[in-house]
Write a protein that binds this ligand. Structure first.
Ligand code: PEP
Length: 253
């Protein structure tokens, strides 16, 4: 059984004050949720204050990026060790906005994943194709190459906790969601690739969908057998919307 994960990527939104207020609203709305892992990913500055707010709650904290070195003369960077020290359990790696605006490549993604795992920080590893790649029939090749390069050198035991997020770039922040069938096709494909590399571990890997997930489309996405949760951007910024997504309805609930 894969415990579903609903993770909110706040991107470059929310001051420390806003972040703390958000948690105080969210916690009451989701206090009775036990069967979903709730994660929030605030900007770096709000991580520590949010960690203090979620202590003893059913909410864990993720960063949105990390550098691969432990410490050193790397102005502006944050290491896995620092994130763990601040109380983070997860880190989003390879988000398409990092790939698009900050020269993230499959190689740097791989270094970040490897370093994070080495320190005990769990990666939420993002992959996804652009609209041009989809329209020219390259989606499966792109996803396969991102997965294989991003996870290169990892053992099955390294892979035990890694979370994958399939986020088609054309669906991020655009209001266009992949249909649940489109998403399921890629999630099943990803699980097949993972089985080829990591064998039985692949059945336990959570694969999240991301791209304009909202309260009104989460239920149909979560019906699909290989969709194990969602990485939510815009709709994770409002406590009520995020809580509704966390409380998605399936036949099981
Ligand atoms: C994201 O940033 O990971 C994302 C999926 O954004 P949105 O939900 O706004 O499309």
């Amino acid at each position: 059984m894969r415990k579903p994960v609903i993770a909110g990527n706040w991107k470059m939104y929310k001051t420390v004050f806003d972040a703390v207020r958000f948690i105080s609203e969210l916690k009451d709305l989701v206090s009775n949720v036990k069967d979903v892992q709730i994660i929030v990913a605030p900007p770096f500055l709000a991580i520590y204050p949010v960690v203090q707010e979620v202590k003893d709650l059913n909410i864990l904290v993720s960063a949105q990026d990390v550098f691969w070195e432990e410490e050193g003369a790397y102005t502006g960077e944050i290491s896995p060790k620092m994130l763990l020290d601040a109380g983070c359990n997860y880190v989003i790696i390879g988000h398409s906005e990092r790939r698009q605006y900050f020269q993230e490549t499959d190689e740097t993604v791989n270094k970040k994943i490897t370093a994070s795992l080495h320190h005990g920080l769990i990666p939420i590893f993002c992959v996804g194709e652009s609209i041009q790649q989809r329209e020219s029939g390259k989606t499966l090749d792109i996803i396969e190459s991102q997965i294989k390069r991003g996870l290169s050198g990892l053992s099955a035991s390294d892979m035990k906790d890694v979370i994958i997020a399939y986020e088609p770039i054309w669906a991020i922040g655009t209001g266009k969601t992949a249909t649940s069938k489109q998403a399921e096709e890629i999630h099943a494909f990803i699980r097949g690739i993972l089985k080829g590399i990591f064998k039985d571990i692949a059945d336990n890997t959570r694969i999240l969908y991301g791209g304009s997930v909202k309260p009104d489309n989460i239920d149909e996405l979560m019906v699909e057998p290989n969709i194990d949760g969602a990485l939510v951007g815009g709709a994770s910024l409002k406590a009520e919307d995020f809580a509704r997504i966390i409380k998605f309805k399936t036949k099981l609930r």
